[in-house]
Design a protein around this ligand. Structure first.
Ligand SMILES: [Zn+2]
Length: 423
């Protein structure tokens, strides 16, 4: 007897990282994302989705929502396990996925870890462009839309009967991004929904106000504000907000990659809100390229530095921290997820700061790039979803006893990796 259709979590729900879900239907099977979990322990670098040859043999198509490592860096594992099909995503996602996978491989090797796939497997990944709107994927009717998380990030709705859509997968989603546009999805019976901020309700405007206040304080007092950010997504949003809302006395420096990506983003109007200024506004930003540039920027009074990446795993970011950390006047703000064991994660630990003589002020300021409790509940209501699997948060934040469930109008499910849900 067929047990289909069903959804299996291979990673990513009840935890943060290695997002990977398998949808099996009578018409076809689709894998939704294939990412890694950034974990560093003495004997362990990274965790991967619970894939094996048998599972991989049944997959007709892979949908890639966007090119962040927790969604794409395990794609070569599929090819190591025998997959020969395509990975479908927007042209923008496809353009950056390879680089993100490379970056992950370099990180694992540098940490002395072992990869479950080879460079040859990474070069086997076959991408195919998937347009916004209606199409078919792996034998299923599909609809995609802009998810407001990065340039090129998409949600997907999938159907396997003639009438209606049966499953909605949000990928990473933000309905109130500063720069990026978001499209409302169609009604779906079930949903796999981002809840990266489970347990929280975040006010985006207040967060940006705080960022601007700290930037102005640094400009007035001659201290430095260090902002470790990813080179895309919130990194670009924060840069734009800072140059639009601080005066000429604030010297804004940014890693060249952030400026380049912001410029690219601003050219790519189809992914943006209509209200954004012209690209010429970026001329105010001073690019950081060489180690000398970084050193000069750190010695400059009243500077605001946007450096990569968000967890301070790059040499440049670490150099800035070393140069700025011994002054209590300076400040560093962690604005997203900082995995334990990374420098960004360590900075949030008071004992670690004390052991490492970090005198600078350390704060956490979440710039919203995901759904919080209120957004997730509103999305579930909008979708009319009867079953909603939450992902991108540890189990305690998305179980039935969590604050999130108190907001929900219908059933919420915390699907532990390795378990399935009949649809
Ligand atoms: Zn993401």
């Amino acid at each position: 007897m067929s047990r289909l259709p069903r959804l299996t979590a291979l990673g990513g729900s009840a935890e943060n990282g290695r997002n990977c879900y398998l949808l099996e239907t009578p018409s076809g099977s689709i894998l939704l994302d294939c990412g890694v979990k950034r974990i560093v322990t003495p004997d362990h670098v990274g965790e991967y989705p619970l894939l094996n040859r048998e599972i991989v043999a049944g997959i007709q198509a892979v949908f890639l929502s966007h090119a962040h490592e927790d969604h794409c860096a395990a794609l070569p594992l599929l090819y190591a396990l025998g997959y020969e099909g395509f990975v479908y995503g927007s042209p923008e996602t496809i353009a950056s996925a390879g680089q993100m996978i490379e970056k992950w491989m370099t990180f694992v090797r540098k940490q002395g870890g072992t990869l479950p796939y080879s460079s040859a497997d990474a070069s086997k990944v076959r991408y195919a462009a998937l347009a916004l709107g209606s199409s078919t994927l792996g034998g299923l009717r599909a609809m995609t839309g802009r998810s407001g998380h990065t340039v090129g990030s998409m949600w997907i709705a999938l159907g396997w009967k003639e009438e209606g859509f049966q499953l909605f997968y949000s990928g990473d989603m933000c309905t109130c991004a500063a720069s990026l546009a978001y499209d409302a999805p169609p009604e779906c019976d079930a949903a796999v929904l981002n809840c990266a901020y489970a347990g929280q309700i975040l006010n985006q405007d207040e967060q940006y106000d705080t960022l601007i206040t700290f930037a102005k304080e640094a400009a007035c007092s001659g201290s430095c504000l260090l902002l470790p950010v990813p080179p895309t997504g919130r990194g670009c949003d924060m840069l734009l907000r800072l140059i639009r809302h601080t005066g000429d006395d604030a010297q804004v420096f940014a890693a060249k990659s952030i400026i380049t990506n912001t410029g690219k983003m601003m050219k790519n109007r189809k992914w943006l809100r209509d209200s954004l200024p012209e690209e010429t506004i970026l001329r105010r930003v001073r690019p950081l390229e060489t180690h000398e540039d970084y050193k000069k920027a750190c010695s400059c009074s009243g500077s605001i530095l946007l450096v990569t990446d968000g967890m301070l795993t790059t040499e440049e970011g670490q150099l800035c921290l070393r140069l700025l950390s011994d002054s209590a006047q300076n400040r560093v703000l962690i604005s997203g997820h900082a995995a334990p064991g990374t420098l960004g994660g360590n900075l949030l630990d008071a004992a670690w700061r004390s052991d490492n003589a970090i005198a600078m002020q350390v704060g956490k300021l979440i710039i919203k790039v995901h759904l919080d409790d209120r957004d997730a509940a509103a999305m579930q209501k909008h979708l009319h979803a009867h079953k909603t699997v939450f992902f991108h948060s540890p189990a305690e934040n998305c179980e039935s006893t969590s604050a999130l469930y108190a907001q929900l109008g219908a059933e919420g499910i915390c699907l532990k990796p390795g378990t399935s849900l009949p649809l």
